[in-house]
Design a binder for this molecule. Structure first.
Ligand code: AMP
Ligand code: MG
Length: 403
């Protein structure tokens, strides 16, 4: 009997291996880059903004660094709308009416918003003091040309998309996502719509895995549910491993008579680790067939969920060069006890309190077959191997379902 690998050792092995399997870079149009990982740092190709401009609608003044006083009047000589440069202000007694985003006229050093002025004909009078520099957005205020804007390994979210678009970037260099095959096994499994004979259940892992993997995969081939038939599984594993970067299996990963996955991965490829000292998900297997990484998950739906979140998804992110996300913590809302010596990932509801604390409330349904505990929770929390009891208020690591 192989002794289970400690969770942190397994997680590190999976991650290190995934880093060594770094997927190649490819160029994609910015509009298709959401959720992808930057393959190279982005240096600002232009300054943003490229010119000094105004943050307010109003009047541009030349105060020569001294500001202007309430009651002071100016003759308005021009109108500067966004997209065009107005006339230069050569004389401190004149002003230029200006729209947000318009180029600041030469020599202007402050903008007063309409609300703080009155106007009669060409004559604009200040209703308040104006400080030099007010409402002026300097050139390069946001990004200076040549400055590091986004690091490699950063996920392209809506914020990054906006920055790249502001640079005028049309295509972006990202990591290819893994081509993933999912093989769901278990003779008792029936697809949706099928009538269930006694002893049969609906296959839920296929749908869970499709949901968890959809945004991480370049292509996702769903296979099964397949019967626990050694020859059928051997053919399927051999064939899919040839054409995919990653193979995820569920079911048949333990030591039961119909559990063929460990034997087959050992025969067709190589097992790197089998059994992780964690709960749920202990029969977890990691290995390879050819160059294809194989993650063998147990069949229990909650084990699938916990091992995907804690082990497989971080590895799939690492394959794309994504920088690790920081560990998150919360305090326990109520005490937690555990009677075994394995690390446990439990389900809970993570919430933030008005005082800024984050608290996790364990869900009452913690069985590894109870998907209700997953559906009614939004995070996993970690009880370390040696922990037997933690009081309310103790700090635990949390893994939110959406990262
Ligand atoms: P196994 O890991 O094959 O021993 O399966 C462990 C438990 O998970 C058994 O109760 C199975 O019936 C159940 N199970 C396996 N695969 C699935 C699946 N795809 N959907 C729902 N339950 C499953
Ligand atoms: Mg089974």
């Amino acid at each position: 009997m192989t002794s289970p690998t400690p969770f942190d050792v397994a997680a590190k092995r999976l991650r290190d291996d995934a880093v060594a399997r770094l997927l190649p870079a490819e160029s994609v149009p910015l509009d298709q880059a959401l959720g992808r990982v930057l393959a190279a740092a982005v240096v600002a190709p232009i300054s943003v903004p490229g010119f000094a401009n105004t943050a307010m609608d109003g009047y541009a003044l030349r105060t020569q660094g001294r500001g202007a006083r309430v009651g002071q009047s100016f003759r308005c000589i021009d109108l500067a709308l966004a997209g065009a440069a107005g006339q230069a202000i050569d004389d401190a007694a004149v002003c230029v009416e200006i729209a947000t985003g318009a180029v600041l006229p030469d020599h202007a050093d402050a903008v007063v918003q309409y609300e703080l002025t009155t106007r009669t004909g060409d004559c604009v009078t200040l209703q308040a003091d104006v400080v030099s520099g007010s409402n002026v957005r300097g050139a390069e205020d946001d990004y200076a040309r040549g400055q590091l804007a986004l690091p490699a390994g950063r996920i392209i979210d809506a914020g990054a998309i906006g920055v790249l678009a502001g640079f005028g970037v049309g295509d972006v260099l990202v990591r290819r996502r893994p081509r993933i095959a999912v093989v769901v096994t278990g003779s008792e499994l029936q697809p949706a719509g099928a009538a269930l004979a006694r002893g049969q259940i609906h296959d839920s892992n296929s749908s869970t895995l499709r949901a968890l993997l959809g945004s991480v995969a370049e292509s996702l081939q769903m296979i099964g549910p397949l019967a626990d038939d050694r020859d059928l599984l051997a053919d399927t594993l051999r064939d899919t491993a040839r054409t995919h970067d990653v193979l995820v299996t569920t079911g048949g990963a333990s030591a039961g008579r119909a559990d063929f996955i460990p034997g087959l991965v050992g025969e067709l490829g190589e097992i790197s680790l089998w059994k992780v000292a964690m709960r749920p998900g202990m029969p977890f297997l990691y290995g390879r067939i050819g160059t294809c990484a194989v993650y063998g998950l147990p069949g229990n739906p909650v084990s699938v969920f916990a091992s995907m979140l804690s082990l497989v998804l971080p590895a799939l992110h690492a394959m794309q060069g994504r920088n690790p996300v920081g560990t998150q913590y919360a305090s326990l809302a109520i005490a937690a006890r555990k009677s075994h010596g394995r690390l446990e990932w439990r389900r809970g509801v993570l919430a933030s309190l008005p005082d800024g604390r984050r608290v996790i409330r364990p869900h009452p349904a913690q069985g590894s077959g109870m998907l209700r505990g997953v559906a009614e929770s939004n995070a996993l929390f970690r009880l370390d191997a040696e922990v037997r009891a933690l009081g309310a208020g103790q700090i635990v690591e949390v893994l939110p379902f959406s990262v």
